[in-house]
Design a protein around this ligand. Structure first.
Ligand code: 5RP
Length: 237
């Protein structure tokens, strides 16, 4: 296993240690969350966790959880989620995130917003000083509005690209049937709270990948002296 996957595995396993029986758990998306879902399924099979129900954040996590026998419940049927565990594309020192690398950020944010606690699992490469200097901000848009939204965002001193699919002609179509614009602001995002609102205020935008003030804890996997270490950086405002 390569180093990055070792870090992902270690951090996913540490996150599952925070799950207890009878919980409703938000099941995140992406490769780190997938390892977490597999670990959770193993603990259920071993009888270490009982009466657990998962709320998927995407088709990816739904299919995986179903295949592994994790009982699922719809987002609409739960009043609240005890703990959501998800990955991220960038994490700043104030625990603000960019998510949506897998184009699932609409449902991921719905699950995170309904969760009492959002636990983020990342390897060290995801920690950044300033958001969006490297990783573009995903913005989900109605298919009929993509060009109009792109034109508005480009006037905000940003570069904006329609996300194209691989192994399919044309754009990526999200789980909700929409398209994604990937946005890089000149100089990155210094004020995530303001940018989140500003973008969501553009007609035709469904949701963007800025997760502001939702995270209670970040678990980071890193490799030190050939050993995998998991730690939680202190939140710095
Ligand atoms: C999907 C996400 C993922 O959590 C994010 O892209 C991180 O994925 P990975 O763990 O594969 O790096 O936000 O929309």
């Amino acid at each position: 296993m390569d180093l990055q996957n070792q870090m992902k595995k270690a951090v996913a396993e540490a996150a599952v240690n925070e799950v207890t029986s009878n919980m409703i758990v938000g099941l995140g998306s992406g490769s780190t969350a997938a390892i977490m879902i597999k670990t959770l399924a193993n603990k259920i099979k071993a009888g270490e966790l009982k009466n657990l129900r998962g709320v998927p954040t995407s088709f990816q996590s739904e299919v995986l959880a179903l295949e592994l026998g994790i009982p699922l419940i719809d987002l609409v049927s739960v009043p609240q989620i005890d703990l959501a565990i998800d990955g991220a594309d960038e994490v700043n020192p104030d625990y603000q995130l960019i998510k949506g690398g897998g184009a699932c950020h609409v449902r991921e944010k719905l699950v995170a917003s309904k969760a009492n606690k959002l636990l983020i699992v990342v390897d060290q490469s995801k920690l950044v000083k300033n958001l969006n200097e490297v990783f573009p901000l995903p913005v989900e848009v109605l298919p009929s509005a993509w060009k109009q939204v792109k034109d508005v965002i480009e006037k905000m001193d940003a570069n904006c690209k329609l996300r194209m699919a691989e192994k399919k002609a044309g754009p990526v179509v999200t789980d909700e049937g929409n398209l994604v614009l990937d946005v890089l602001f000149n100089g990155g995002i210094k004020k995530p709270k303001e940018i989140e609102k500003q973008i969501n205020n553009i007609p035709g935008v469904l949701e963007n990948g800025l997760f502001v003030d939702l995270t209670y804890k970040v678990l980071v996997g890193k490799v030190e002296n050939n050993q995998t270490v998991v730690y939680s950086p202190e939140r710095v405002n």
